[in-house]
Design a protein around this ligand. Structure first.
Ligand SMILES: C[S@@+](CC[C@H](N)C(=O)[O-])C[C@H]1O[C@@H](n2cnc3c(N)ncnc32)[C@H](O)[C@@H]1O
Length: 336
């Protein structure tokens, strides 16, 4: 494919994220204090700062990483925003998945080029952008969002990032459990308040070996989705984890973690779809005390509970069978 010339508008979709700046490109201008302004290049326009202007025509055609001086003598460094920059600065309806978690989702849910992926909810479209990048133009990302106003925000953000409609993207307004139409799906990624609600629909859509990945904000949600995946019978043992990212201050002899960090974003739970008719392998460890749903023997005092690796008692329910019991109420961080 030939490189577009500097004065041609960037092609859509899939704005080319390299080469000289072109009309229509987004550009991040960073001032000496590290403040960032994002502009969209238009021939004939000016960027106005509190200390003078830079003509867009001076930026168009120059390489990324160029420094421009305003008429008032302030220097600005210009780069195209990376996807991580874009998602943190784009307009939001719902809270977005942070880049560190999007990266984990791509890796641990094994999103690959050409994959058929279902996502809910689309929210502000941040994770949709990462997933579209990973599946590529020959894959499929089918995103479901039950709030029409959020779906509009997601669509606007995705189209702004890719410079137009992405050929691999379908966006459906509706709840996943009622609207999911795709079959033979490789991966399902859920970022929604109650990811256990569409489990039947997800199990039906996923191919054997497919991956379900839920991103949840609270421990109570994590507990419920793990226990419901276990009890469902269509999935292998789930994995639950979180990622903490600590940035560092590196300056001369002052080399230490930054004083501030984002302490919490969310947890991830992944599980593989079993083949139809297969019973999940028996867990080798006894469910922990208070496990959901809990096999309880009220006659046994709490302090005589055998160790976790002890053989099950004769009256224990068969492995894999779900004894009765309720679920914790999800903590329910607000979604909007
Ligand atoms: C936290 S937001 C998702 C943010 C999104 N992942 C992003 O990075 O921009 C959760 C979204 O799920 C939507 N939602 C909740 N339950 C849903 C369901 N059953 N089906 C479809 N969307 C749902 C909500 O309306 C909300 O917009």
């Amino acid at each position: 494919m030939s490189e577009p010339q500097p004065n041609e508008p960037a092609p859509t979709p899939g704005r080319i994220p390299h080469g000289p700046f072109r009309p229509g490109d987004q550009v991040q201008l960073t001032d000496p204090k590290g403040r960032v302004n994002t502009i969209t290049l238009q021939p004939g326009k000016q960027y106005h700062s509190h200390k003078g202007t830079v003509p867009h025509d001076a930026i168009i055609g120059s390489p990324e990483g160029t420094v421009y001086r305003t008429s008032g003598g302030i220097e600005f460094l210009a780069f195209r925003p990376l996807l991580a920059d874009f998602t943190l600065r784009m307009p939001r309806g719902a809270a977005v998945v942070y880049p560190k978690d999007a990266a984990q989702i791509i890796a641990m849910a094994d999103i690959f080029p050409g994959a058929r992926v279902v996502e809910a909810g689309a929210g502000s479209g941040a994770l949709s952008c990462f997933l579209l990048r990973a599946v590529g133009e020959k894959g499929l990302l089918s995103s479901y969002e039950r709030r029409p106003d959020f779906a509009d925000i997601a669509r606007a953000n995705v189209e702004k990032f890719f410079g137009g409609p992405h050929p691999a993207w379908r966006l459906t307004v509706g709840s996943l459990e009622e609207s999911l139409t795709e079959t033979e799906v490789d991966r399902v990624v859920l970022d929604m308040l109650a990811p256990w609600e569409p489990l039947d629909a997800v199990a039906k859509a996923l191919i054997p070996g497919g991956v379900i990945c839920a991103y949840i904000a609270t421990t109570t949600q994590m507990s419920r989705i793990v226990e419901d995946i276990r009890a469902h019978g269509s999935f292998a043992e789930p994995h639950a984890f979180e990622t903490m990212l600590r940035t560092w201050h590196v300056d001369g002899l002052a080399v230490r973690p930054d004083h501030r960090m984002i302490g919490h974003t969310g947890f991830l739970v992944t599980a593989r779809r079993l083949a139809d008719g297969v019973t999940p392998p028996a867990r080798r460890r006894r469910p922990a005390k208070g496990a959901h749903p809990a096999p309880r023997d009220p006659a046994r005092p709490a302090d005589t509970t055998p160790p976790a690796d002890a053989p099950p008692p004769a009256d224990a329910p068969p492995p894999g069978e779900a004894p009765p019991g309720g679920h914790a109420t999800p903590g329910g961080d607000a979604e909007a």
